[in-house]
Write a new protein. Sequence first.
Length: 68
Amino acid sequence: MKQDIHPDYHEVEVVCVCGSKFKTKSTIKGDTIRIDVCDKCHPFYSGKQKLVDTAGRVEKFKKKHNLD
């Protein structure tokens, strides 16, 4: 195996906006990865629907299909 061609592989902490934290390994620089959705708050795994409306897409859809 060639020396000095592989990135640094170290332990990092992943922090979700819901407050959930867990440790994993990664090649990114830094000790923390911040994410928006994890297995604790993802609708598929939690059973709760979370509506993420960016740029008024819901309103645009309702207007397009006359759903008030």
